[in-house]
Design a protein around this ligand. Sequence first.
Ligand SMILES: CSC[C@@H](O)[C@@H](O)C(=O)COP(=O)(O)O
Length: 339
Amino acid sequence: MPHLQSRSLRVYVDYLEYLDQTQLPQAEQWVRCDSPEEWQHAVKNLAIRGAPLIGLSAAFVLAQTAARHPQGSWQSVSDRLRATRPTAVNLMYCLDAMEACFEQGAAALAERAAELFAEDRALCQRMAGRGADLLQSGDRVLTHCNTGALATAGVGTAIGALAVAQQRGVELHVYVDETRPLLQGGRLTAWEMADLGIPYQLIADSMAASLMAAGKVDKVMVGADRICANGDFANKVGTYMLAVAAHYHNVPFYVVAPYTTVDPACASGGDIPIEQRDAAEIRGASGAFGDVVWAPENAPVWNPAFDVTPAALVTAWVLDTGTFDAAAIARGEHCQGRG
Ligand SMILES: CSC[C@@H](O)[C@@H](O)C(=O)COP(=O)(O)O
């Protein structure tokens, strides 16, 4: 029996199991992870993904590696984990918290990882409640990428808000961006919507602006991988395009995230490191459905995994610590609680 468990992670005393998100929704396959190398492989492939889940799973891998190698260099393991994906700051938050316990030994690391897991679950519940407060019956909400239980230890961030609204009896209709290139919307969010029983329609990313022009979108809710001191934020590529379209069509645009996604050391969006990914992801697609290549072999590609949305396009930042408007962000209120 795992001693901790979420929708996509099972924590045993000395190893992890993760739900391989590259195989969803075709297969629910749990994979054992015994080492930092296996974790790095899973995270690079997006078998483990979503800002909070990346950080939490790294914390457990570090604690388990430390227990297995009491004389090893824990710092070098942490450095390797940290370098695996550069954009989501939750990974840095979790590893900073773990490194602060190095002197107390391996048992303290295991305890700290469990605390981070419990914390994320509680943060999800709080931010999701605040996000749900912004929703009313009849709202048609557009969302991007996957921000649900698969991506966190709890109910999720933006999808968490939809789930809590649903539990409160608020009747929603959700438009799910398929989220090219890796289809986290088409594969994972569509699956979660069905699981939650929330009525939804899947759209190609390129349809969002015309859906807004047709007056069919009341609100946009997305998650974040890093929120800067000035309120600019990075999220899955395609988010910026949605924010521009929402601004043009006067559709409120909300970003929902835990305080662990805020990076006060990042002054503005230009300071966020953006991960560049493999050309094959744009030339075709692969997954449980098989491999397909549609572009000419060696077609030149630009493939940033994330983009930056400027603060000026955000209606409100919904964190576990509060719902902040532009004036509160300018006063730095969202940075409280982050060193
Ligand atoms: C709670 S999830 C917030 C973000 O991590 C999410 O929107 C996102 O961009 C995930 O990207 P991914 O590349 O799938 O890890």
